[in-house]
Write a new protein. Structure first.
Lengths: 216, 291
């Protein structure tokens, strides 16, 4: 237990990097995922096709394989990314975007068609229908699943530990080596830092969800 | 396409416009693809490196390459096949304990589930590997079992909560004990209701078995890496493509099974409405479950 406190600065370094990875790839995948979702609900068949293809491949590929692609395969064919966190950020973003897309899309689909029909019946134009009726409802529904996707992303940053990024999990592995007598405590310390992010975020998602369900 | 909330039903003019725009965008994408393929060819990606699958160098036979990939796939599937039933059994136990009437039971189990759900699977594998001295295979199975039992327990709990109250009341009225009601009335319905979600979770479990790559379990990805370290860097790309296709084939098959099961259950008049409120299949390893 004392050694956990002794190692606190090391933990904090790892924690900071985990937060950094999660924040950057989270923001990027929110953008990319929303674009993909727009593709998937667009009236243009070819865009829908592309969107579906990207999402299906993204969702069915293990994250480890995505990491391998950006860390080992691309450099193998001469496309060299700078070492460090960049390949990890790209891999996490690509992987998470597929899940963001599905969350956004199901949010849009959850708005009943009658809502749009009612809006048009009272004489709203298509822009007004979208901004005043459809999007406000879709956004509310979409927030809890999006938070859950971001929680999953936070946990997924741990995969970077296998690819030379010393974030929280890799820090824990190193500490387990340095303090062989306290391995369990060292890893529990790592778990604590993940739970600090994931449990409150999950609680927030849950409470928003309950409120949205009642408002329907 | 079906009606959409986002735009009006298109008229003949709009339909024509949409079709033309779709063709134009499709052509643009095709041109982009052609450039990518030319670029790939320029890097020699379509040269004799693909022969690694039919006539590999270094005195190996095609059978050796496919055989090693096959063993890798088998190792991946073994880890998943060992972990899934155990996780499922454990999930039942956790779900039953969590919904127990006694707060002294349900509280600690709730904490345990939250603890397991909030941690990365990889960290649990490191627990197994470093803290408990398990072998690489056992560590992979350990991580997969603990994590997925917590997730599946939440799926089952969502199913229990979604069942109409009358089911339990009917059981009680018949004079069944709580455990009998659970076993004879609730669980059979819950499993059927949540089968699609449980199968989707199997896809997640299978994907997570690839973390064995990091803890040193010789699964499919590790086998791929061993192959290209042996044959040389130029074989990285073809091996990657084949392994990607293997994963996609296995996972998409599983997903299709889940959809099929969902449809069949829906057709039988099992209320699909309840099933869909419980868990969006896209919620990855973090289903809602807190409903």
């Amino acid at each position: 237990m004392d050694s956990v406190i002794e190692a606190l600065p090391v933990y904090l370094d790892g924690f900071r990097l985990t937060l950094y990875l999660a924040a950057i790839s989270g923001a990027l995948s929110l953008v990319l995922g929303t674009v993909l979702a727009a593709f998937r609900v667009s009236p243009l068949r070819s865009l829908r096709l592309i969107g579906t293809l990207v999402v299906e491949v993204g969702r069915n590929t293990p994250l480890t394989l995505v990491f391998i692609f950006f860390v080992f395969i691309l450099p193998g064919i001469g496309i060299i990314l700078p070492l460090g966190t960049l390949p990890a950020i790209i891999a996490l973003t690509v992987y998470t975007s597929a899940f963001v897309c599905e969350a956004v899309r199901s949010g849009i689909n959850s708005v009943g068609i009658g809502q749009a029909e009612a809006a048009r019946a009272i004489g709203l134009g298509s822009v007004q229908t979208l901004t005043l009726v459809v999007l406000p409802q879709a956004l509310r529904t979409v927030v809890p699943p999006l938070i859950n996707v971001l929680i999953a992303l936070t946990k997924n940053t741990s995969v970077a530990a296998g690819f030379a990024v010393v974030e929280l999990t890799a820090t824990g592995r190193g500490l387990a080596r340095d303090y062989p007598a306290d391995v369990i405590w060292m890893l529990l310390g790592v778990a604590f830092f993940y739970l600090v992010i994931t449990i409150p975020a999950g609680a927030i998602a849950g409470s928003i969800e309950r409120r949205v369900v009642f408002s329907r | 396409m079906s009606k959409s909330v986002l735009y009006d039903e298109p008229g003949p003019k709009t339909l024509r416009l949409e079709r033309n725009a779709s063709i134009a965008v499709g052509a643009l994408i095709a041109v982009g693809l052609v450039f990518v393929i030319i670029g790939m060819a320029g890097r020699g990606l379509f040269d004799d490196r693909w022969l690694v699958f039919t006539d590999p160098p270094k005195g190996q036979t095609a059978g050796d390459v496919w055989g090693s990939l096959g063993r890798g796939l088998r190792a991946t599937l073994t880890a998943a096949a060992v972990a899934a039933p155990v996780a499922f059994a454990l999930a039942f136990l956790l779900a039953i304990l969590r919904t127990s009437g006694s707060r002294w039971v349900s509280r600690p189990v709730t904490w345990l589930i939250e603890f397991l759900r909030g941690m990365p699977v990889l960290l649990m594998m490191f627990f197994g590997l470093l803290a408990f001295g398990l072998s690489a295979f056992a560590a992979v199975a350990f991580g997969l079992i603990l994590y997925n039992s917590a997730i599946m327990a939440e799926i089952l709990r969502a199913g229990l909560a979604a069942l109409p109250k009358g089911q339990v009341e009917a059981g009680t009225a018949l004079g069944l004990t709580r455990w009998q009601t659970m076993r004879l009335i609730q669980l059979p319905q819950v499993v059927r209701l949540m089968l699609p979600s449980l199968i989707s979770q199997l896809v997640v479990l299978l994907k997570d078995s690839s973390l064995g790559f990091i803890v040193g379990y010789p699964e499919l990805l590790r086998t791929m890496q061993l192959n290209y370290s042996f044959f040389g860097d130029k074989y990285r790309f073809p091996l990657f493509v084949v392994v990607l296709i293997i994963y996609l084939a296995v996972n998409i098959t599983l997903t299709r099974v889940a959809i099929l099961v969902e449809r069949r259950l829906g057709a039988r008049g099992q209320s699909g409405r309840v099933a869909t409120t419980a868990l969006p299949p896209e919620a990855e390893p973090e289903p809602l479950g807190r409903a």
